[in-house]
Each structure stands twice: as C-alpha cells, then as structure tokens.
Design a protein. Structure first.
Length: 266
C-alpha cells in the first residue's frame, strides 16, 4: 500500500464493535443503535458523492434479519444507487461477524433518502453529479485487503480547539488494531501496549476520520498492527494523513493470561 495515496474507492465502509453500551437487555445490538450506524454510513456515502451537505429525508425498506451479539464486529457498507437533482438514495447493508469463528451473517438492509442542503450545490450548477457508469461494480483493491474504517468527527469528539480529541483518535486507532488482530488470529485478544503513536495534523469537526489497520508481524502470542489515521474533507474530496501508530495485541485465555496462537500460520 502506498502510504502517500491510499485507496478508499468503492462503497463506503464502517466497521465497529458491539459494546454493551449499544446493546439492549437481550444482549444484542439495540435497533436504534443499528439505525444510527446505517444513517451515518448513508450520510458519508452521500457526501462523498455530492461533496455538499446532506440531511436524511427518510428511510425505507428497513429489514432486520438477524441480531448482532455483544462482542460482534459489525460491518456496514453504503452505496449510492439513485441520484436526482437535489436528492439521492443510499442502500446500506449491515453484517455481523463473530470475531472468534469468523462466521458472518447478514443482519439488516435498508434504503436512506438524503437531500442536499445549503448553498454549495451551486458549484454543481444546482444539480448533483450523476452516478458514474461503473456504479455498483465491485472492484478488488487494497480496501478489501486492509479495509478502511470511517467515522464522522462530531463536536462531542473534539477538544476545545475544535479538532478531534487525541483520546478519541487513540480509541479509534485501538479499535482498528483490535479488529485487524482478531481477524488475523481468531482468538480473544487485548491490547498489550503501543510502541509509538505520532499525530502530525488536526482532524476538524465535520470531517471524516479514517483508520487503516495493517498487520505487520505475528509472534508466539502477539500481533503487531500498524494503524494509519487519515482525514477526509467531504466537500473537497481531499485526504491527508494525520497520524500513525503501532499497537501490540496479545491473545489471552479465560484467565486473561497470554496464550500461544492456535494456528501460527493463520
């Protein structure tokens, strides 16, 4: 992967973990939290296409097929499927993945109708750009090997300087490292440490923070994961690298003691 120009093409992908705070009393992802994830992906996908501000006008055909359990990795993809003059539609799919077995199940699909707001649409002649000819075509690129994870920087995640708070940036990078390590070894892993994290630029409120994890080495019971942190301005389609860190994840047993990987060749 070229660190100066990573590939973030294709459908917008959001990867997260179902923590207890997002679950209901059944121990599964709360439906409202799932809809929030889906709406977030739809907003980013719409903004990436139109490079203007959007609001959600409606959602439709929301079908929950299977629950996501606490501890599952949830992966959401959003694709623009229809474009009008001032509105567009995004189809969003949500898949839950068991981090230990790797078993994936389709949890939900729905359509989100987004409407452009503000004066920026004038730059496009008052009309959103049309869908490209290759819309919906699945391509094999580096985002499928090292999936980029996206998150909107809302004001509550910023410091008093108006940029992404360092602690929240570290949380996003740690989450990316956890997901990459879990998928690598399919065992219970925890963060053992971080050798170094460097922040080089700010990520401002309203921008998208992108984390790109990459497994750099596998030992007896530990995995080294490099995580790049990028910022994306949804109006200009410009991206800049804002940080990089290396995290050490360790496999543990039921007593939270380090244990060797079951399959070193995984």
């Amino acid at each position: 992967m070229n660190p100066d120009h990573p590939v973030f093409s294709g459908p917008t992908r959001l990867v997260d973990i179902v923590f207890p705070g997002a679950a209901n009393h059944h121990g599964t992802l709360f439906g409202g939290a799932g809809l929030s994830f889906m709406d977030k992906v739809a907003f980013i996908a719409a903004s990436r296409h139109g490079h203007v501000d959007f609001v959600t006008a409606s959602c439709e055909r929301i079908d929950f097929n299977a629950p996501a359990q606490i501890g599952d990795i949830v992966e959401l993809t959003g694709s623009v499927v229809r474009v009008g003059c001032r509105s567009l539609s995004v189809e969003v799919d949500m898949i839950a993945e068991n981090p230990l077995s790797g078993v994936r199940k389709h949890c939900c699909r729905g359509g989100f109708n987004m409407v452009a707001v503000g004066a920026d649409l004038g730059a496009w002649g008052g009309k959103l750009p049309p869908l490209p000819d290759n819309a919906g075509v699945s391509e094999t690129d580096e985002t499928q090997i090292h999936p980029a994870m996206v998150e909107i920087v809302f004001p509550e995640k910023t410091s008093h300087y108006g940029s992404l708070y360092g602690g929240n940036a570290l949380a996003a990078m740690g989450k990316a490292a956890f997901i990459a390590a879990s998928r690598q070894c399919r065992q219970t892993v925890v963060m053992a440490g971080s050798k170094r994290v460097d922040f080089t630029r700010h990520i401002h409120s309203g921008e998208v923070a992108i984390t790109v994890p990459r497994v750099m080495g596998v030992g007896q019971s530990s995995i080294r994961v490099e995580v790049q942190l990028w910022a994306e301005n949804l109006h200009t389609d410009q991206r800049r690298q804002c940080g990089v860190g290396e995290f050490v994840m360790v496999a543990i047993d039921h007593d939270h003691r380090p244990m060797p990987f079951h399959n070193r060749a995984a």
